[in-house]
Design a protein around this ligand. Structure first.
Ligand SMILES: Nc1nc2c(ncn2[C@@H]2O[C@H](COP(=O)(O)OP(=O)(O)OP(=O)(O)O)[C@@H](O)[C@H]2O)c(=O)[nH]1
Ligand SMILES: [Mg+2]
Length: 364
């Protein structure tokens, strides 16, 4: 059996993992290799899977639990991609609120799939704005226990990859990189922009040519880790929308603006809220990764009579309150002109992490 390269890209909610996966997959495929992608979430109905699946690349989804707590699910997904896509390279995105990946995923992979997988250095992606605040001793607008998870993710990284390099100036980026190196001297610090492509080839070159994966284990207080996850309400839903000649982009804007304003008014910390509206071949995506100023839209779903809306929201509040807000907002936005049929809706607060494996040594 051929050996497949596995690249794990962790990092906090909204850091830019899925965007990086997509961009990396294009580049690797253009280089003539076959790529498979793995998405991961606590529940089904994923925006990430839907977006990545719009391309020719094969996507496997592990849902219902994170990779660490469902290690067999991750193995099954890699085997599926090896078999069905004959993947040379697999890129996997763990849930953004997970940490301790070196002990719970990287070491077990090295031990259990020796000869089948070549595991790349653990990449942890970090949004430059949140990262700056964390390095300055802040909590990046997060609950202190969620900020603890953010710090632990950085601490265990083999490669600490600063994302969204296009959003800050070249001078700021150099300074940030230097500061990160001081705080995390054991990690290789790199920068990337999935938008401009800057740093992408350097990072790909590194992860595709090294097997120095999971160089160290970190101490993690699972009580704090559990609290950091539990403070987040988690909502995944798919809704069928119908109406007459509806401007889906305007609907997306009203919906996300309204949700974002309510979260800001409540002082509710947003991990990531993302929606996808698909109407035939057209689609619009919107992401909110913090306060209202982080709200973005891309592509266009045009005008039509039917669309499919997928909502994934991770916001610091009880799941019941989050569900209530999302349902009410949906009813209020174009309530009289658009009919809505909820096809699936899961709302939860992540349970205590209970990893399948937790290695106490680095596998050589
Ligand atoms: N300007 C800029 N925006 C980016 C870049 N990479 C990602 N983004 C934006 O950041 C937001 C979050 O991106 P995702 O790729 O969905 O983040 P993620 O880490 O997969 O998020 P989760 O799956 O929720 O953990 C989106 O609005 C992206 O368009 C980048 O390089 N530059
Ligand atoms: Mg993602």
């Amino acid at each position: 059996m051929k050996t497949t390269r596995l690249i794990l890209v962790g990092g906090f909610l909204g850091a830019g993992k899925t965007t990086l996966l997509w961009e990396a997959a294009q580049r690797i495929m253009n280089g003539g290799q076959r790529v498979g992608l793995i998405t991961n979430d606590q529940a089904p109905e994923l925006v990430d899977t839907a977006i990545l699946s719009r391309d020719e690349v094969k996507v496997a989804e592990v849902n219902g639990s994170c990779f660490c707590c469902n290690f067999p699910g991750l193995i099954e997904a890699t085997k599926k991609l090896k078999k069905e896509a004959d993947a040379d390279v697999i890129i996997a995105e763990p849930v953004g609120s997970c940490t301790d990946l070196s002990a719970t995923i990287v070491q077990p992979l090295k031990e259990n799939l020796r000869g089948e997988l070549l595991v790349s250095p653990l990449t942890v992606l970090a949004d430059p704005m949140r990262l700056t605040d964390i390095l300055n001793g802040g909590n990046a607008g997060l609950h202190p226990s969620a900020a603890y998870i953010f710090r632990k993710q950085l601490e265990e990284s083999d490669i600490l990859l600063i994302s969204k390099a296009d959003l800050i100036s070249a001078e700021e980026l150099v300074l940030l990189k230097e500061k990160v190196k001081l705080h995390f001297p054991d990690s290789e610090v790199m920068t990337v922009s999935s938008v401009s492509g800057e740093g992408m080839d350097e990072w790909l070159n590194k992860v595709q040519n090294s097997t120095d994966a999971g160089k160290r284990l970190i101490e993690v207080d699972y009580d704090v880790y559990a609290e950091g996850e539990a403070v987040l309400g988690w909502l995944n839903s798919t809704i069928e929308l119908t109406g007459e000649s509806i401007d889906w982009d305007a609907f997306a804007r009203k919906l996300m603006q309204s949700l974002s304003s309510q979260f800001d008014l409540m002082n509710a910390s947003v991990g990531h809220v993302k929606i996808l509206i698909e109407s035939g071949e057209k689609y619009i995506v919107s992401n909110l990764t913090g306060l209202n100023k982080t709200l973005t839209f891309r592509e266009s779903a045009g005008t039509g009579n039917a669309a499919r809306l997928t909502v994934n929201a991770r916001v610091e509040m009880s799941p019941e309150t989050l569900e209530d807000i999302v349902r009410k907002t949906l009813d209020e936005v174009e309530g009289t002109t658009i009919s809505k049929k909820v096809v699936a809706l899961r709302c939860l607060s992540p349970g205590r992490p209970n990893p399948t494996y937790r290695f106490d040594h680095v596998v050589s």
